[in-house]
Design a binder for this molecule. Sequence first.
Ligand SMILES: [Zn+2]
Length: 212
Amino acid sequence: MLYNSHSHFYDLNHCTIVNKSDDNVYIDSYFSIGIHPWNANKIEDNFFTVEHLAMNKKCLAIGEIGLDKLKGPDISIQKKVFESQVLLSEKLKLPVILHCVKSWNEISMIKQKLKPIQTWVYHGFNKVGILDEVIKTGLMISIGASIFTNLQLQNLLVKIPNNRLLLETDDANIDIYTIYEKVSEIKKIPLSELEVIIEENFNRIFINGKVA
Ligand SMILES: [Zn+2]
């Protein structure tokens, strides 16, 4: 079994966490739910839906949530919405799938301030300059399609401890298998071994204590 920690498409061939938009209530797969920073100005309409859907047993994470300095409403609005969803993740004991664009400083400050117990998964990680800090802060690192094109990320992949690694397809229309293949080649570990590593991480972070 292959594990995809973040996708915008349904894929019942693998164990996939589908990122639901808040208006889509059809549930047949594991999913994550949250108000994306780009939509942070629509919180009044959506927060109740998020909270309601997050209580579904197929919901494995609050996400993707976070901060984006390139898109979306003013960063002060994004911060308020992000923080309230971090508190929701703590209340419901669900990990966070984190969207972080040019906002690592703000996000790590919020983490220091709120001191969350739930795990945060840095999704679509591709900012090699902050890798050490992200590892030190205790986040899981989810690698997606940028592993094919980002040579710096390829070079630094060995520095990500095996127990911090997750894989995802995000909005790329590819099979999660191709990410597994590439990571196994770069990390020089057999595919079968990588499968065990990712399965253990996925289960530890998302499934523990939940009945499927
Ligand atoms: Zn995404």
